[in-house]
Design a protein around this ligand. Sequence first.
Ligand code: NAP
Length: 316
Amino acid sequence: MKALTYERHGDPRDGVVKKVFDPRPGPGQLLVRVVAAALNPADWKIVEGKAPFLLLPRRPFVPGCEAAGVVEAMDSRVAGFHVGDEVVVSTGLGGALAEKAAVSALHAVRKPGNLSFEEAAGIPAAGQSALQGLRDAAGLCAGRRLLVNGAGGGIGTFAVQIGKILGAHVTAVASAGKHELLAGLGADALVDYRRTDFAKAREEWDVVFDVVPNRSFGECSRVLSREGVYVTTLPGAGPLLASLGASFRSPFGFRKRCRWVILKPRGEDLAQLVGWAGEGRLKSVVGRTVSLDQAAWALSDLSTGHVTGKTVVGVA
Ligand SMILES: NC(=O)c1ccc[n+]([C@@H]2O[C@H](COP(=O)([O-])OP(=O)(O)OC[C@H]3O[C@@H](n4cnc5c(N)ncnc54)[C@H](OP(=O)(O)O)[C@@H]3O)[C@@H](O)[C@H]2O)c1
């Protein structure tokens, strides 16, 4: 089969599409013929060596952690799927930018017929990061005020909509060119970060979801409500210290919290998101679709940090 491959860390544009061995379904796995796969910042970070795991997980490394396609074969112990089923899958750290991928059946759900393969492929990583960031890390619930910083990209476009589904009032922070899209996705208020610094606003939010992420708990603390939560997509020493600092101040009445999201692919979360998409409540925003031959350049473009929605690679 053909796949986008990398032999060493470096420029995402150095990726080569070449023939590699077909994967075989291991215990509990499906073999999926990939129709579309989607790109994520984790892909270029692994390729550039900027991810916490410094080694390429496998050589040649095939990037891509999400895809949609058709089940071609499966381990005999897998129940609930059939050859020919159209599915949406999380593939783990890599392997999606290929004609075939072997994936755990636990991380696969059936694709609704009214969802294209391109739309479906963009859901798993960004959708689950948004869902787990808002529902689990922030504990967002109805009636709360949510601000999404970096609302126009992969996670952000899902976060705005999931915020609305969970019943929040949603402020979306993005460049002006994305405001019309975000209003269409349900954002109640819009901030152009090139003109206005939300962290200096005279408003308060119960949850600030720093998707970009380019702010800190300290910077956002002023605009958090009394028991407000700041959630970042970049765990590390800064958020850990901020979280500890907030805990130490809690006996003195300080109730604001600093949290982070670490994506955990879960079949039930994927099923929830795909279910919402099938019902028309959640839109998978495909900003751009490219071919497998163009995927290395698209990955480089993603690394500039200003894409709209999801970049999808048409594989079949
Ligand atoms: N912790 C985890 O488990 C986890 C999981 C997935 C992703 N992530 C991380 O989450 C981050 C976001 O992922 P993503 O998929 O949403 O990325 P993305 O698709 O590349 O989107 C980033 C968005 O940020 C916006 N942006 C850039 N500079 C901005 C600024 N100064 N202020 C406000 N918005 C700005 C960009 O749009 P405009 O500038 O044009 O408005 C773009 O739409 C990445 O760093 C990724 O590595 C973490």
